[in-house]
Each structure stands twice: as C-alpha cells, then as structure tokens.
Design a binder for this molecule. Structure first.
Ligand SMILES: *Cc1c(COP(=O)(O)O)cnc(C)c1O
Length: 387
C-alpha cells in the first residue's frame, strides 16, 4: 500500500485531506512524493512560522534534544523559564502556562476565568461569552466556546456556561451580561476558521471597557493571530486593548506542539500548585524551538510581514473572480466567485498550496516567505480565480 492507502485504512477519518503527500521541503517550498514542487501558502495552518525545515529552528531544537528532550514539569528547565520571561517582557503579561495545543491553552484560560470569578463573585458566576463564528478548539469545553453550530450538532450535551453573541454587536454583549453572570468574554481579534474576518476595533475596545468596568475578564484567543501572523507580535496590540488572558499556540512552536496561556496582572496568582497541569506542556525541546521563533519575530520581520500583506491586498483587491479580500497581516481571506475548493485544486495543479476558511480561500504563508515566491504564488491564485 502507498501512504495514501495506508492512511485511509488506519488513520481515523477526521480530516478531508488534500490528495497530496508531502515528503520534504525548505522554507516555503515543499515537495510531494513524486518530487513535484509547491509554494506553500499554508505553513501547516500557521504553525511553521519560518517555513519547513527552518535551519535556525532545527539547530535550536536539536541542541536541546541532545541535552534533555523532556523531563516533566516536576523539574525546572531553562527553555520554559526563558520562554515565559520573553513572552512576558514582550507583552507586559505576568505569567505563562504552557500547553501542547491551542485548545488546551484556551482550556487553561477558561479554568482560570472560572476560578477567578468564583473567588471574586461567587460560584454562580462562571459563564464565558464568545462570539458567533468564533473558533476556540475541539475539546468539549473549547467546542462549547466555539460559536458555530455545525461543530456542535453531534456532540451534545455540550458544557454549560457558554453564551454566544454576534461579532461587532456591543449591545448584544451587554444584554447577555444582564441575563448571564459572566466570568469572561473571549474573542479572536481576527476570526480565523470563521472566515478570516477582523473584528471592528471599536467593538473590541467597547467590549474591553465594559469588561473592565464590570470585573469580567477579557480573554483574547491569539492561537492563530499570534506570533507575528497579523503584523504585530500579537493582534490585540492593533486593537488597542489590554487583555487579562491571552492564549496562543500554532506559530509559537514553529512546528512542535506548543501552546501558551498568558496571565495579566489581575489573574497572575489565580492558579496554585495542583490547579492545572500538563505532562508534556512546555517541553524543553518545544520551548527551545519557540525561543528561536520568538527571537526572530522582531520589528524588521514584522514590517516585512506588513509589507507582504499590503502587496497581497493590492494584487487581490478587484481582481477578476475575487469578490472581497479580508484579514490582517499574512492571514488573508478571499471571497471568490468560483467555489474555493475548485480554485485550490487548480492552484495545486500549478504548484501552490492554500487553505479554506468557511466558503473562503485562506492564505497563511510562512512569515519569512521570500517575496519572489509570494509573487509567483499570488499570481497563480489570481489566475485560478479568473472566471
Ligand atoms: C487552531 C485554533 C485553535 C485550536 O488550536 P489546536 O492547536 O488545534 O488545539 C483555537 N483557537 C483558534 C483561534 C485557532 O485558530
């Protein structure tokens, strides 16, 4: 059997995979089993911040692998301590909990918000408000947080204590706070899986002010938007708010599983030993890789991300068959006249890999994709969108 047949026979059928087997790559170029080259505009769904087989990341991870790859959170290890320090210094947050995924980072934030609310307002204050079309993960709690019915249908009963209101509707959020005792409001500044749509900054600021006035925690889910993806280290910086909890994952690990929940001043001491944990979370190998990633997301790289974003907005806006362009930084959504899957198949044929989000095309290239490759790939996408 070839890989595709073996996979279909033995791997659970939870993914509608593209009909491509990737065997190797370098940067934003990847190769399939026949040796065909693709320009990768997916970066492993925003995980490979510096592309595939990134030499600096490999060096950082392998150096750590040769010392100790994992030893558990019962011991101190320098990579986790140093990464937490770097995250706090660069965000102004106070403490970090490391997990293995975005969903687990959100689980941590949800637990922290429930404990904080129980301590400050009483055990009946536990509801987390999230937005319609949001995506917060696949575990039962984060699925309950996710404001999309299509993910809920087969998995009832979901966890109690979640309520969803429409994005950009501050009145609906305030009304929900009248009928539910809110522990926290959680949102993505740019909804990713929900269609690559940036929230209205006035709404985010209004929600943040309302939360602050009512001692409701503000959780910003930066699992997809974080780590340079939107042109700033974290997207919330561009929305002018100061969250109480920030969650991130995807690009942070640069390819190894790693999530983080960052605690602001108000909640920095909410957890005590025994309240939360993860066996593999914050492993030395994953944190060493993340230190390499984060260390290179500097002002120069971020301005390059913004310049590449501006280029993409320009080339896609008004192009034939492209009805609208959305997103922020190198997180871009294209509403197309032809169905997105049809366009993606044509692009793959011509050697370009891209994603979908709802009915849109979604582009998440590596942050360091060379301009020539970005131009080549964008040109092919534009061609494939033509009617
Ligand atoms: C991908 C994603 C998650 C889930 O992350 P996993 O690592 O798959 O658990 C949560 N929130 C947002 C915004 C995401 O994009």
């Amino acid at each position: 059997m070839n890989t595709k047949q073996t996979d279909q026979a033995y791997v659970a059928h939870t993914y509608a995979r593209f009909p491509v087997e990737i065997v190797s790559g370098r940067g934003s170029e990847v190769f399939d089993e026949t040796g065909k080259r693709y320009i990768d505009l997916t970066s492993g769904i925003g995980v490979d911040a510096f592309g595939v087989a990134d030499p600096a990341w490999i060096a950082a991870v392998t150096a750590q692998l040769g010392r100790v790859q994992h030893i558990s959170n019962l011991f101190y290890t320098a990579p986790a301590a140093n990464l937490a320090q770097l995250l706090c210094e660069r965000t102004g947050m106070k403490r970090v909990f490391f997990s293995n995924s975005g969903a687990e980072a959100n689980e941590c934030a949800i637990k922290a918000a429930r404990k904080y609310a129980a301590q400050t307002k009483g055990a009946d204050t536990y509801t987390i408000l999230t937005l319609e079309k949001s995506f917060h993960g696949r575990t039962l709690a984060t699925l309950s947080a996710t404001g999309q019915d299509k993910y809920h249908a087969q998995f009832q009963p979901l966890l109690p204590g979640f309520v969803h209101t429409p994005a950009n509707d501050l009145d609906a959020l305030k009304a929900a706070a009248e009928t539910h005792k809110l522990a926290a409001v959680m949102m993505e500044c740019v909804q990713g899986e929900g269609g690559v749509t940036a929230l209205d900054p006035a709404f985010v600021q209004g929600a943040a002010a309302f939360c602050k006035a009512n001692d409701i925690l503000l959780i910003i889910d930066e699992v997809q938007t974080g780590n340079g993806r939107t042109g700033t280290l974290y997207a919330y910086e561009q929305f002018g708010v100061k969250p109480d909890l920030v969650t991130t994952a995807k690009g942070l690990g640069g390819g190894l599983p790693l999530g983080a929940c960052l605690f602001g001043e108000k909640v920095q001491d909410v957890f005590q030993p025994g309240d939360h944990g993860s066996t593999s979370g914050g492993s030395p190998a994953a944190c060493a890789g993340a230190l390499s990633v984060l260390g290179r997301i500097d002002d120069k790289l971020l301005s390059e991300v913004r310049a590449k974003s501006a280029y993409l907005f320009e080339i896609f806006t008004g192009a034939e068959g492209i009805e609208s362009v959305s997103g922020l930084g190198l997180m871009i959504g294209l509403k197309t006249t032809k169905p997105a899957p049809e366009i993606l198949a044509a692009a793959r044929e011509r050697g370009v890999l891209a994603l979908t989000a709802k009915e849109k095309i979604r582009l998440l290239p590596a942050l360091n994709i060379p301009m020539e490759q970005l131009k080549e790939a964008a040109g092919i996408i534009v061609d494939c969108c033509k009617l």
